[in-house]
Design a protein around this ligand. Structure first.
Ligand SMILES: Nc1ncnc2c1ncn2[C@@H]1O[C@H](COP(=O)(O)OP(=O)(O)OP(=O)(O)O)[C@@H](O)[C@H]1O
Length: 291
């Protein structure tokens, strides 16, 4: 699989405060990477750097282009959905298609129209008359018609109801995604999209705290339900968090953090379950506080 995005040693400061701190990761063909972090962690700044919209130290390569030097060429193959406010309110749907046809060499109007036919968006409607969900669908129609290799999504479903959010990701998988492409998506709602992600990167205070494939994370981390009399012994496994409810204590363990001299393994303590990405996210984000 080819590497489509390569980021090395990315640093960015605002007013002397580090916002991105030595960010390094690659995204390969076929990957859907969830960039997940709390408010202010640096997600949007990282995406803006990939799009060549902010100056940073370090190197970024997107499809062989440096986004700062070759932004125009890069954007023939890279698409971006920020949030629903980006399309001008006065624009008609048909004018949005005209505009894209005029500026984008790869824009396929038929493809956009075919997608719009599946929605209830009228071609003569103005953006201001569309609901948030409809504007997001219009965005998606424009993106699908470009057939970009790299898609960058910054909280694309913010403010949409759950049905519209699910519909958005279904269309994304069915009408856009294939093994040749990659997607980076930031979200606060990882539990909703974790089943479509192939990889996750957790970002905390501008640093990548964890980056791996979903499959690896599922085998590396375990949720262990521990009986009360074994809780103290189980803490020798250095759990990322310990949560007690109704007499049952649940520990999140990371096989890479279990000390090598620990005699007992998670399976010696009780029932084991595979954590969700949201469980692991909470564990990684709160680890220092509970350590
Ligand atoms: N143009 C700017 N000028 C000054 N500070 C900025 C600017 N843009 C972002 N920041 C700061 O950089 C930090 C990271 O912001 P960023 O928007 O990248 O975070 P985020 O993870 O996307 O947050 P959220 O989830 O709330 O959207 C924040 O502390 C923010 O205040």
């Amino acid at each position: 699989m080819d590497t489509l995005i390569s980021i090395k040693g990315l640093n960015k400061q605002y007013s002397g405060k580090p916002v991105l701190d030595n960010i390094t990761f690659d995204v390969q063909q076929g990957q859907i990477l969830g960039l997940v972090g709390p408010n202010g962690a640096g997600k949007t700044t990282c995406l803006q750097a990939i799009l060549g919209l902010v100056n940073c130290e370090g190197s970024i390569d997107v499809l062989g282009f440096d986004p700062k030097q070759k932004r125009e060429k890069m954007l023939t193959e890279v698409a971006y959905i920020a949030d629903v406010a980006v399309l001008p309110k006065w624009l008609k749907v048909s004018q949005a298609l005209d505009y894209m046809q005029g500026v984008h060499p790869k824009f396929d109007r038929e493809k956009a129209l075919n997608f719009l036919q599946k929605t209830n968006i009228p071609a003569n409607a103005k953006v201001k008359a569309l609901s948030k969900g409809m504007v997001t669908q219009l965005h998606l129609a424009l993106i699908l018609a470009i057939d970009a290799k790299v898609l960058i999504l910054d909280e694309p479903t913010l403010g949409l109801d759950i049905l519209t959010r699910r519909q958005f990701y279904t269309h994304l998988l069915e009408d856009f995604y294939n093994d040749d492409k990659c997607i980076i998506v930031t979200t606060h709602q990882i539990e909703e999209i974790e089943n479509i992600l192939t990889h996750v990167a957790f970002i905390k205070d501008g640093c990548i705290a964890l980056h791996d494939s979903v499959d690896n994370l599922k085998s590396r981390f375990k949720l262990v339900n521990v009986a009360r009399d074994k809780v103290d012994a189980a803490k020798a496994m250095n759990p990322l968090y310990t949560h007690s409810m109704m007499g049952i204590t649940t520990l999140l363990t990371d096989s890479e953090q279990i000390p090598s001299d620990t005699q007992l393994a998670p399976e010696d303590f009780g029932d084991i379950a595979t954590p969700s990405m949201a469980d692991i996210f909470v564990g990684v984000m709160t680890q220092e506080a509970t350590a």
